[in-house]
Every structure is written in structure tokens, then in C-alpha cells.
Design a protein around this ligand. Structure first.
Ligand code: SAH
Ligand code: SF4
Ligand code: F3S
Length: 480
């Protein structure tokens, strides 16, 4: 996904980028509308979870819950969890241990686990973690009011049913942690790809696309409320496919992108994640046609070696991947930013195969990369059929090598923005200085520049004079 810091460990911690962008995983909104109970929610994992927490909050807001930014004040604490790597789950276990202390001081408090870890562990979570009252999978959030009532009545509550058609299309998310400028819009759920290392198909269920009208309406609504950027979210946005019930309308991802881009030229449109096997030239041409569709593509390779890619069941090989990168550069030009996810130490990965990952990264020169050591997930095809045979220290050493290549690439890619003027959408005050603003250029790089009279939500022409691998530094051109 496009924002490194939303992933758990294993990412390249590009100093200022992380410092500028790190979202607090907790509710920061205190609604105080006099509802009888208070919800405190924390989100972990990918942007899908952040987006889902906004749906959950909306459902509970309609059922008697205000939100609070203090766990101590809450009547209900929900952790929206991730299961992608073992360390993601460990983090939740530690958090639950801590919250158990809060519960001791406040016996009426209910604690629920939502999301992918809930779906993966199901009732085991109630047994393993005694302080959990409720376990709710990603497709069962409409059932939350009933589940809470069951807990009120002294029972433990579980709903981990996965749906084939739930998209929460009709629910207007309550924006949490919002800067009022950029928002995530979920366009599909689940994944049908079955990459052998990945737990997502098991925790999120079958792929389904959300009604295109509801996506456009949500984007329009956001724009009318002052938002200036939407990020369309799905595990594989290129396979977005929606048809109206009467069969008269068919919308693919390129068409959806266009419909959202047409909401307003002042609304920036981003999307994540693109799958190398599915990204079409039609999508690239649509990006080219609309200035407000940002020229940034997150195109995870996972490995640079074709045999490893086959073992991962990614269904493309190195040449195919490089061809897609060539198509992006051909249609959208060298300036289009490209990022990747990479896994080191996948089952059976040899030193030569690892070298292929490094050489792919050298060949593409990614703008960003999110890099992870392989973590075996129980129940996945890799766990069932392949040996997790690369020693932890080897995985880690390979990860370090991958990170080193990426650090050089990130710096090189950022350096090309220096000496140029960019349109920056201001997201807020820089975390490091009240006197500076933070925003992004079209290609997603973060820029810090002196505040002057500018405000969040403004588009500002910024001359970039300096950079690190993580951040650009500039001045608004009018003020030079
Ligand atoms: N749908 C996206 C990825 C979602 S998961 C895609 O297809 O690219 C985000 C990233 O986590 C993946 O791209 C992968 O790099 C990483 N990941 C997934 N499972 C993993 C595992 N078992 N161990 C280490 N990293 C993993
Ligand atoms: Fe996981 Fe592959 Fe689906 Fe991405 S495309 S969520 S890596 S199964
Ligand atoms: Fe994690 Fe689930 Fe997202 S496993 S990465 S929260 S889809």
C-alpha cells in the first residue's frame, strides 16, 4: 500500500517520511454528542483496516456510541487488527495485555478484536486472550450492535462469517484521524489471488467490487466537504469490476478512475494496490488523460526472480514485470513514480535468486519500497506445501541489502525533483516545526516548506531546493 508507515515493521524507515506521516493508530476524534456510551478504536495493518474502522465507527455512532480519544474513558475498546506477518499479531497481543490493565480498573469495559487477526484466529482468540469479549471478522461489522448486546448479557460474542457480497456500500464512514484533506475510499473487498505467502484471501474472503455509483457519490461528498484527495483502495484495484443489477452498466477500473477524476479537477485521485498481472494500458492511458489522477503506481514485485515468483504464485515473471514498468514509462513518462513491496527469504530462495531481487530494484529504480522478511502464515499454501527454510539471520541480512539498494534509489528519485516547481497539496503543519507545512507532490513525495499564509487543503506551487531520501524541502514560489 502506498503509505509505508501503515505497515508494521519491516519497512524502510525513511526518517522524516515516517515522522511526517505516521498515523496514530487510535481514534483522535471526540464526538461528544451525548450518546450513552463511548467507543475507542485503534487500527493496525493496511489502509483497508483504517477505512473499515471508519465504517465501524459509523455503525456504532448510529447505535448509541460517541467516540473518545482516551482508552481510559471508553465503554468499548475495539482493536482492528492485521495478520499479515507474525510481528503484526504480536503487537496486538502486547496491546491486549496492556488493555487488560485498563479493564481491571474499569470492569464494565468491553474489549473487542476486529479485522484480519480476528478472522484468522476466530474463537481461538477468546481462549488465547482471556480479556477479549468479542471477536468480529471484516464482513460482520453490521452485526456489531447485536454482538455488543450479547456481551452486555454476559456472553462472549463471535461473528467471523465471510460474505460474498458485503461491501458496506451504503454506509457513510465517520472520518477518523482525518486531516480534512485526504481520505481513503474502499472500492472493493477481499482477494481471489492466492499468492502462496499471503493470509489475506483467508482473512478477507472473496473479491467483490463496490457499486460504482456509491464510490462516485462518496468522492463527491468528500469534495463538497473540503477534501482534495481520495485514495481508492483495494487489494488488486485492476480487477475492479462492477455491473448494475439490470446488466446495463459495466464499470472496470479504468472507467471508475475516470468517473472519480471527473468529480472535480481539484480532486486528486490516487489508488492502491495495482497487481502487475492485471494493470492495463487502458488504466495508464486514463491516468495520462486526467491531470488530477496522480502519477504514482504502487506495483508490488515481491521478488525479482521468476522461479521465486512462480513459487509465490504471483502469476507473472520477471520479464512480464519489467514490461509493465516499461509500459508505465512509455505511456506516462519517466516522472511517474513507481513503488514496490519486496519479500526477502521466501521458501527456498537462493543467494542468486536474492541477487535477482537486487538487480530488479537496480533496474527499475523505485521511488519507494516496503520491504519485509518472509513470515510464514499458518494455513497459507506456502505454509502447507513449502519449507520455511531460510534462517532468520539470512532473511534479515537480505532485507538489509534490499533496504540499502532502495535507500540509494529513493535518494536518486527524489533528487530529480530538486530544482523544479511542483504543485503541492498541503496536508497540514509539519510535525517537526509549527512554522512549516507538509504536503505532497503529484508523485506522492512529501515536501516541507515555510508556512507563510498557506493552509491545509491549498494547492501551492513549491520550488524544491533540497531533499533527503525521504523528504523534499522547498519554498512557495510566490514568496521567493
Ligand atoms: N494486495 C497487495 C498486498 C497486500 S499485503 C499486493 O498484492 O501486492 C502487503 C504486503 O505485505 C505484500 O505486498 C507483501 O510484500 C507483504 N506480505 C504479505 N504476506 C507476507 C508474509 N507472509 N511475509 C512477509 N511479507 C508479507
Ligand atoms: Fe495477498 Fe496476493 Fe491478494 Fe495481494 S494479491 S492480497 S499479496 S493474495
Ligand atoms: Fe493486514 Fe488484513 Fe490489511 S492482514 S495488511 S489488515 S488486509
Amino acid at each position: 500500500m502506498s503509505n509505508a508507515v501503515i505497515h508494521d515493521l519491516g519497512i524502510l524507515d525513511l526518517d522524516a517520511k515516517a515522522a511526517e506521516l505516521e498515523p496514530t493508530p487510535k481514534t483522535t476524534v471526540d464526538t461528544n454528542t451525548g450518546r450513552s456510551r463511548k467507543l475507542y478504536i485503534e487500527s493496525y495493518g493496511c489502509q483497508m483496516n483504517y477505512s473499515d474502522s471508519e465504517i465501524v465507527t459509523s455503525i456504532l455512532f448510529d447505535n448509541g456510541f460517541d467516540t473518545t480519544s482516551s482508552a481510559e474513558e471508553a465503554d468499548l475498546i475495539l482493536l482492528n487488527t492485521c495478520a499479515i506477518r507474525d510481528n503484526a499479531e504480536q503487537k496486538i497481543r502486547n496491546r491486549l495485555m496492556h488493555l487488560n490493565g485498563v479493564k481491571k480498573r474499569n470492569p464494565g469495559l468491553q474489549i473487542g478484536v476486529l479485522g484480519c487477526m480476528a478472522e484468522r484466529l476466530k474463537t481461538k482468540l477468546l481462549e488465547e486472550e482471556k480479556m477479549v469479549d468479542m471477536v468480529v471478522g471484516p464482513d460482520a461489522y453490521r452485526d456489531l450492535p447485536n454482538l455488543i448486546q450479547e456481551v452486555d448479557e454476559g456472553q462472549k460474542a463471535v461473528n467471523v462469517f465471510l460474505s460474498r457480497d458485503e461491501t458496506y456500500a451504503d454506509i457513510t464512514p465517520v472520518r477518523l484521524n482525518t486531516n480534512g484533506v485526504s481520505a481513503f475510499v474502499s472500492i472493493m473487498r477481499g482477494c481471489d489471488n492466492m499468492c502462496s505467502f499471503c493470509v489475506v484471501p483467508y482473512t478477507r474472503g472473496r473479491e467483490r467490487s463496490r457499486d460504482a455509483h456509491s464510490i462516485v457519490a462518496e468522492s463527491q461528498d468528500l469534495f463538497s466537504k473540503g477534501y482534495r484527495e481520495v485514495t481508492l483502495l483495494g487489494q488488486n484495484v485492476d480487477s475492479y469490476k462492477w455491473a448494475s443489477e439490470d446488466g446495463t452498466e459495466h464499470v472496470n477500473f479504468a472507467q471508475l478512475l475516470e468517473q472519480v477524476a471527473l468529480v472535480s479537477p481539484l480532486l486528486r485521485v490516487r489508488f492502491s494496490t495495482s497487481h502487475p498481472k492485471d494493470i492495463t494500458d487502458q488504466v495508464l492511458h486514463t491516468m495520462k488523460q486526467y491531470d488530477n489522477i496522480c502519477k504514482y503506481i504502487h506495483l508490488p514485485a515481491q521478488s525479482g526472480n521468476s522461479d521465486v515468483l512462480r513459487a509465490m504464485n504471483r502469476t507473472y515473471d520477471r520479464d512480464w514485470y519489467l514490461n509493465r514498468v516499461a509500459a508505465i514509462r512509455d505511456i506516462l513518462g519517466e516522472d511517474c513514480a513507481i513503488s514496490t513491496d519486496m519479500i526477502t527469504g521466501f521458501c527456498g530462495e537462493t543467494e542468486e535468486q536474492h541477487q535477482d531481487t537486487l538487480s530488479l530494484m537496480e533496474a527499475v529504480v523505485y521511488d519507494y519500497a516496503y520491504m519485509f522478511a518472509y513470515s510464514e502464515r499458518p494455513g497459507t499454501p506456502a505454509a502447507k506445501k513449502l519449507q520455511d527454510d531460510i534462517a532468520a539471520d539470512v532473511k534479515q541480512r537480505r532485507l538489509t541489502e534490499v533496504i540499502e539498494v532502495q535507500s540509494r534509489s529513493s535518494l536518486a528519485r527524489n533528487q530529480r525533483w530538486v530544482g523544479r516547481v511542483h504543485t503541492v497539496l498541503v496536508e497540514g503543519t509539519s510535525k517537526r516545526s509549527q512554522e512549516h507545512l507538509s504536503g505532497r507532490i503529484d508523485q506522492n513525495a512529501v515536501v516541507i516548506f515555510p508556512k507563510m499564509h498557506y493552509q491545509k487543503g491549498d494547492y501551492v506551487q513549491v520550488f524544491v531546493h533540497d531533499c533527503t531520501a525521504a523528504t523534499l524541502f522547498g519554498n512557495a514560489v510566490q514568496d521567493q
